[in-house]
Design a protein. Sequence first.
Length: 347
Amino acid sequence: MKRFLALFFIAMLSISCKKEYQPRTIADIHIDTYAKDSSSIRAIKAISKDSMVYADSNGNISKTKDGGKTWETWKIVYNDSITPHFRSIAVVNDTVFALSVANPALLYKVYNNTTRLVYKEEDPKVFYDAMHFFPDGKSAIAVGDPTEDCPSIIVTSDGGNTWCKVACKELPRFEEGEAFFAASNTNIKVLEDTVWIVSGGKKARVLKSLDKGKTWEVYDTPIVQGNGPQGIYSIDFYDELNGIVIGGDYSNPEANKANKAITKDGGKTWTIVADNQEPGYKSCVQYIPGTEGKEVIAVGKTGISFSNDGGVHWKKISDESFYTIQFVDKYMAWLAGHEKVGKLILN
């Protein structure tokens, strides 16, 4: 018993002595930029400090293995006439998946220098916005604007070889004018079997599933909404309870009222933060890994903003415009935007 008590107190002492993470005050950033002429890039997958994959508006899927010095590119043209406009990407091991936005929706699998069309959907309203795999590497989900009165959701359970569209009767009903934004491939967030998806337009809501998209709950948010370009553009979660959303009004990017909110209960309720304060409209928000949910970065056409208190207060750290960002670790991230990709270094 005495030995047990001694071990117990040692364990408690170890826990109590663990230092709480002290968030950084970012004083300096460095961005290396690589030009990508005539290309809009909103879909990236950061693999390491040296390796990143992107899909762009001109049907290109490109990968670097040397930090951006050289790029290997696959050019995709459908039926010799249609160049896919990619805004969604996912990478599993050495396999890349890229999904185009408009009619026809085209989902390609790229592996061993070969490309294969694994899903096609034709509809005047079709428009896919984001795609992510679950940690098991077999299941994935992609989301698009309504073609009926529900969101368009396609899923796979065999590693992306086959995809099927979920029936509208199994999904939440959408309001007329409610949709998604294909701004950064980050209006989906996946943690284990849980997935969150965010909407905009007529409504700005959070859709949540605990079982990889089989059943859904829908939660309202106080984010600005009601107009076409208003709503939530991006979501991230630090853990199963603590998350953040950001967006605003694309047509009025300097507006910063009701455009960012946080949750502490897994997305059921949301609290507006930094209201009428920096930043304005942003297309992508990400927790910086290894910072215990305290450090957050948001990017958009209005520049780059940083928070070291979980999104409550923000500071603008760059005027450079990017659509999306994805971290490798707490010191380095890949970015992409209009005719460029970049590497962000935090000091």
